[in-house]
Write a protein that binds this ligand. Structure first.
Ligand SMILES: Nc1nc2c(ncn2[C@@H]2O[C@H](COP(=O)(O)OP(=O)(O)OP(=O)(O)O)[C@@H](O)[C@H]2O)c(=O)[nH]1
Ligand SMILES: [Mg+2]
Length: 200
């Protein structure tokens, strides 16, 4: 009887867990984005931008997306030494958000190299990926069409068969953030036979 009841309780309370990696070079705005996601999707405001320091290790946010499913965001540090840790998380992730600083033209090549190594890993094969052209609130930001030409088109062949997209956002102002999360949520659900959710 106890086993039956505890099984039933588990069935009712267990949630589908999807894991989403937030990657990109240091200073791209990943943690600012994570905190904005918290603000927009939970009742609790995220940390204000001025309190956010460069990430050493990772930050986590658990976002209830429906009554039965949760998106777990893993925001990893983007500094060069931290990037060697990224592959440890590829195997378990269901989706990837790749954040680009649209104002940092000088580091576009470095950014492309980081995206290349992520996309060529067997462990991320067919994992949906959204590229976010961040900091669009700043006048010096490359507009999305220019970023597409100078960045996205050059890594397009590495995308393979995965679902991919590009969106313009401002993590600080929140512009485009909800649409980006809706995009990734739709894609991880579509990809669930290849990468099924975890149950916790
Ligand atoms: N204007 C503007 N500034 C932003 C935006 N997003 C992030 N920033 C700023 O960019 C800087 C870096 O932001 P973080 O969120 O710490 O960057 P990160 O990608 O997490 O960096 P690492 O943790 O080192 O990998 C901070 O000064 C942020 O305030 C944005 O949308 N607009
Ligand atoms: Mg960070």
């Amino acid at each position: 009887m106890y086993t039956l009841l505890s099984g039933l309780y588990k069935h009712v309370t267990q949630k589908e867990e999807f894991y989403i990696l937030i990657l990109g070079l240091d200073n791209a705005g990943k943690t600012t984005l994570l905190e904005k996601i918290k603000t927009l999707f939970t009742g609790t405001p995220g940390m204000p931008p001025e309190k956010i320091a460069p990430t050493v290790g990772l930050n986590i946010a658990k976002i209830p997306i429906t009554s039965t499913a949760r998106l777990n965001f893993w925001d990893l540090g983007g500094q060069r030494e931290m990037r060697s840790l990224w592959p440890q998380y590829y195997d378990e992730c269901h989706g990837i958000v790749f954040v680009i600083d649209s104002c940092d033209e000088e580091r576009l090549d470095e950014c492309r190299a980081a995206a290349d190594s992520l996309l060529t890993s067997d462990l991320t094969l067919n994992v949906p990926l959204i590229l976010l052209a961040n900091k669009q609130d700043l006048p010096t930001a490359l507009p999305p069409h220019e970023l597409k030409e100078r960045f996205v088109n050059r890594i397009a062949e590495r995308m393979g068969a995965r679902e991919s997209g590009v969106m313009a956002v401002s993590a600080i102002e929140g512009t485009g953030v909800k649409d980006a999360i809706d995009w990734i949520w739709t894609r991880v659900q579509r990809n669930r036979s290849a990468r099924p959710p975890m149950y916790r």
